[in-house]
Each structure stands twice: as structure tokens, then as C-alpha cells.
Design a protein around this ligand. Structure first.
Ligand code: PSU
Ligand code: MN
Length: 304
């Protein structure tokens, strides 16, 4: 079994049997610009503490799997250049080679499960990219949700993805997609989309019970909780549509492919919206951290 390096607070929470919420690190290294990335990471951790749970930010540092980062480790990671972006395919190779890498949703789920953490908060998951019918670019996050028993709280999927196809793949893979408090699948920067969400739940206890029931009936895999961005922080889909089209056209013209696609699009959308996309992104991640904390606490009350 791999030797996991726990932060002091995660170690204490595990010993006490209290609620833990996993956080990914790709959002820090590839999803947001410095220095906001570090400020947001610290703020989201504090939101989780304020909601009565313990944050466990996950990363691979010098070949060690860290579950919970100390403040200095977070600082260093947030400023590091050329950090690998680790998904299921390269997670073990990075550990074996003594490398440093940030974990995506897929790799964070794997690590959280190894550490006994059942709930994970992020911004948006990877999905089926536009043009996937020719590029075959489908995020490993979708398959991880089908395989690893972690409940992931996200604000739906970004309009940089082909959202209908993303929902189709999740259905094929048997992943429950649960809208929190609404019938429409949230569209990341906007709370509503014209797609309906396959399942709806209105409170954290219900979500925790559904998580526990999947284990009880022997179903592998987790759940995707689609938590809408708070109304006050959203950006209208009509405002973003041309921006996304432009960013995608630039990516295509430059031949950006593979792992570089998502970070490229996020950076261009940030620039084209003069930072507004980042403000919304921060608000929705914090909102997801709060809901994830409630779910983690509800799971503890169920004693699973
Ligand atoms: N979507 C976002 N922000 C992000 C990511 C996705 O809104 O930071 C990151 C996550 O770490 C996610 C990864 O797991 O990108 C998906 O990358 P890919 O599409 O290459 O699988
Ligand atoms: Mn991809």
C-alpha cells in the first residue's frame, strides 16, 4: 500500500473520525492564474473549516502522494512552473518517477478513495469536448466517476464542452447526475441551462443516503452533484457564448490538443471577459465547498 503524506489537520480529522472534503490541485496549477489561485485555494479550505469539515487538498510532490497540503506546500505548488497535470493514466507513473504533479478530478478521486475520503468539491469536471466526434477528446473524469466511489460536487459542466454529449456519456457509464435544488443542469458560469438534470435532490442528507445506498447495493463509482452557481455571481449564457466560440476557434487555429485544451480555453475566457469568468469561478467553487462539507457531515451521521 502506498505511503500517503497527510497534513496535520487531515491526520487529526482521520483519527477523530470527523468529516473530510477532498480538493483537487489542477484548479490551482492549471485552472486559475497566480496569485489568485493560491488565495482561492486557501479561502476554499477555510470555507470547508467554517462549514464544520476538514479540507484535504491533494497533489503529488516529489513522488509522494499528499492528502492535505500545509500552507507552505500550497504556496510552492501555486507558483511552480511546468507542474504535470495528472489524470488516471499518469498518476502512478508520476509517483513512481518521483515527480510533482497536480491532480485532476480523476486523479483526485483515486487519491481521495485511497485516503478514505468520500466527498470532493471542485469547480467543473472534464467532459466531452466539442468536436469529440473527430478528436475523440473525452475526459477521463467521466470514466472515473463510473469507477471510484467518491461523490463529486461541481457546478455542472462548462459550455466549453459539448454538454449534451457529456451527459450522454455519464448516463452510459451509469453515473448518477444529481441536480441540487433545481431541475435544470447548471452551466458552470450560469445557474441554468436548457438541459434537464437526470436526478434532483434538495438536501445534503438525501445525497449522503444515495451515496451510501450505492455502496450497499454494490455499485462501483461515485455521484456527480451539479450545484448551481449562486444567482448573484452568475454570468448570462448569452454573454459567454461568443467568448467561448472565439476561444474555441483560437484553440482550433493553433492546433491546441490533449491536456492543453482545457487550460488554454480557461485562460482565453479569463482574458476575453476581463477577469469576470474568474470571479464567477471563485464564487461557485466556494459554494461547492460548502455543499460538499454538508454532505461529508451527513455521511458521518449515517456512519458509513
Ligand atoms: N474544468 C474547469 N476547471 C478546471 C478543470 C476543468 O472548469 O480546472 C480541470 C480539472 O482538474 C479537470 C480537468 O479534472 O481540468 C479536466 O481536464 P481534461 O479535460 O484534460 O481531462
Ligand atoms: Mn482531454
Amino acid at each position: 500500500m502506498i505511503d500517503i503524506k497527510y497534513s496535520a489537520e487531515v491526520k487529526a480529522a482521520k483519527a477523530a473520525g470527523t468529516a473530510l472534503v477532498a480538493l483537487e490541485s489542477t484548479i490551482i496549477t492549471h485552472g486559475m492564474p497566480y496569485p489568485q489561485n493560491i488565495e482561492v485555494a486557501a479561502q476554499v479550505e477555510q470555507d470547508i473549516r467554517d462549514a464544520g469539515a476538514t479540507p484535504a487538498t491533494i497533489a503529488v510532490i516529489d513522488g509522494h502522494l499528499h492528502v492535505g497540503l500545509e500552507a507552505d506546500q500550497l504556496q510552492k505548488l501555486g507558483q511552480a512552473k511546468d507542474v504535470a497535470k495528472l489524470s488516471r493514466a499518469d498518476f502512478a507513473a508520476c509517483l513512481a518517477n518521483g515527480g510533482t504533479g497536480a491532480t485532476t478530478v480523476a486523479a483526485t478521486m483515486i487519491a481521495a478513495h485511497l485516503a478514505g475520503i468520500q466527498v470532493f468539491a471542485t469547480g467543473g469536471i472534464g467532459g466531452v469536448h466539442k468536436g469529440a466526434e473527430s478528436s475523440f477528446d473525452i475526459s477521463a473524469d467521466l470514466l472515473e466517476l463510473a469507477a471510484t466511489p467518491v461523490t463529486v460536487v461541481a457546478a455542472g459542466a462548462k459550455a466549453i464542452l459539448d454538454v449534451p454529449k457529456t451527459l450522454e456519456v455519464l448516463e452510459t457509464q451509469g453515473v448518477p447526475v444529481i441536480g441540487y435544488g433545481q431541475d435544470s443542469f447548471p452551466a458552470f458560469w450560469s445557474s441554468q441551462s436548457d438541459l434537464s438534470v437526470p436526478l434532483r435532490m434538495d438536501d445534503a442528507d438525501q445525497i449522503a443516503r444515495a451515496h451510501a445506498m450505492r455502496q450497499a447495493v454494490g455499485l462501483p463509482g461515485g455521484q456527480l452533484i451539479a450545484n448551481p452557481i449562486p444567482k448573484a455571481d452568475e454570468i448570462a449564457a448569452e454573454t459567454l457564448a461568443p467568448v467561448i466560440t472565439q476561444a474555441q476557434a483560437e484553440a482550433d487555429a493553433k492546433g491546441v490538443s490533449g491536456k492543453a485544451v482545457t487550460p488554454f480555453l480557461l485562460q482565453r475566457i479569463f482574458e476575453l471577459t476581463e477577469g469576470r469568468s474568474l470571479t464567477a469561478n471563485i464564487a461557485l467553487v466556494r459554494n461547492n465547498a460548502r455543499l460538499a462539507s454538508q454532505i461529508a457531515r451527513a455521511l458521518i451521521s449515517l456512519r458509513v
